[in-house]
Design a protein around this ligand. Structure first.
Ligand SMILES: [Zn+2]
Length: 408
């Protein structure tokens, strides 16, 4: 192919991506709006708008009558122009979301997780569930733009490899899924996907520097720094759960001693609750289980907190102090604008939030503390799935984030 031809087509694609990105922020646009905002000439904006409409990405929304000159045609993203799937594969639950091109939710389902160590069963189950979801919503397969997966454990998003599961396979998990499903596939770690969910759909929208702390069975954190997901040198940044907060404390799942997770995660709280209840501490949880305390689950603690159980309130308060102290250190280091809490523990509401705020007050510099918002996620269980869809939509709206003029 003539290299100049390919350069022209790359340049055109970059311009189109810029226009689509602009539609994401402004639902209704005319070609002249696009020309004004993108520095394109009006004929160029009109021609690219028409091409995007012919390709099915945008449609005419309405024609505005104008008293002066020609009526303006307003376009919007075409909801049926394409669809994305976002899937989280957790240790206990898996979730799946289906969005249209306007990023509106069409379906959301939760199901018991598959055993990720059983590779064949995992791939087959996923394939069946995706087929069911697509046919239930009557979506043509060729309209699926791709599937974003968020998986627990270590993930190398660039190579599409899980470093925790499917390690023995010669192909990457991304390649295996792509081959089996027949769709484009992208992979990310669960916590990073939650963070992307908050950035594009939740409380980190319009925020350049945020920490998204997922307080659940474990404790994870994703960082948005300078408006972008921050992975660090090896993509492993954000391990707040493994900051040492207790000298000589319990052994952690990571092998170290006294990590935040041992005292403030769902796992840590349940371990402590069971230990104290066995020692005879009174609680409404004790009444429920009549001594069979190893059956206690996180939902019991959540329920007891909501019912004002003193034992449970004290446990959560102590966890909140440790979490707040760690967040305070984080705020001192990164001068964050917002900290978003999600996960099952965040549903404890004020019982957890008050001790967190109080500990932050003690451990972070006044100037920084006064400048940061500590909030609870409003997309919570959907955050990971929504974030996983952005791995695919990024390719349409954002990936070609280079200066088109370089391709002149
Ligand atoms: Zn640890």
């Amino acid at each position: 192919m003539d290299p100049s031809v390919s350069k022209i087509s790359i340049k055109k694609q970059i311009r189109k991506n810029q226009i689509l990105r602009f539609f994401r922020a402004h639902p209704l646009l005319s070609p002249s709006d696009i020309a004004n905002e993108t520095q394109l000439t009006l004929p160029m904006a009109s021609s690219l708008t028409k091409e995007l409409a012919d390709e099915g990405y945008i449609v005419v929304a309405e024609v505005q009558n104008s008293k002066v000159g020609r009526p303006a045609t307003l376009y919007q993203l075409n909801p049926t122009g394409g669809y994305t799937l976002g899937i989280t594969l957790g240790a206990r639950k898996s979730r799946m979301i289906l969005l249209n091109l306007k990023e509106e939710e069409l379906d959301f389902i939760e199901y018991a997780s598959v055993d990720l160590n059983d590779e064949e069963n995992t791939i087959n189950t996923l394939s069946n569930r995706i087929d069911e979801l697509i046919s239930k919503n009557e979506i043509p397969r060729d309209k699926i733009l791709g599937v974003g997966f968020a998986i627990s454990g270590l993930v190398n998003a660039k190579s599409g490899k899980s470093l925790t599961y499917f390690k023995d396979s010669t192909s990457s998990l991304q390649e295996l899924l792509q081959e089996k499903l027949g769709f484009e596939v992208a992979l990310e770690n669960n916590v990073n996907a939650v963070t992307l969910g908050e950035k594009y759909f939740g409380k980190a929208k319009e925020t350049e520097d945020a920490g998204c702390i997922h307080l659940d069975w474990g404790i994870g954190m994703g960082l948005i720094l300078g408006g972008e997901l921050y992975g660090g040198h090896s993509g492993l940044a954000g391990e707040i759960g493994h900051i040492r907060v207790v000298e000589g404390g319990d052994i952690c799942s990571c092998g170290k001693i006294g990590c935040l997770e041992t005292v403030a995660s769902g796992r840590g709280l349940i371990n402590k609750a069971v230990r104290l209840l066995k020692e005879g501490r009174p609680s409404i949880i004790a009444k429920k289980y009549h001594g069979d305390f190893d059956q206690i689950v996180l939902e019991d603690l959540l329920d007891a907190v909501q019912r004002g159980d003193q034992f449970s309130l004290e446990l959560v308060e102590e966890a909140g102090k440790y979490i707040g102290k760690s967040i305070g250190t984080l705020i001192n280091l990164l001068n964050l604008e917002k900290v978003i809490l999600s996960g099952k523990l965040s549903q404890m509401g004020d019982a957890l939030l008050y001790p967190i705020r109080s500990a932050i007050m003690h451990s972070s510099l006044t100037e920084m503390k006064d400048d940061v918002d500590i909030v609870i996620s409003d997309i919570d269980v959907r955050a990971g799935c929504l974030g996983a869809t952005t791995l695919i939509t990024k390719k349409i709206f954002e990936s070609v984030n280079i200066d088109a003029d370089l391709y002149v």
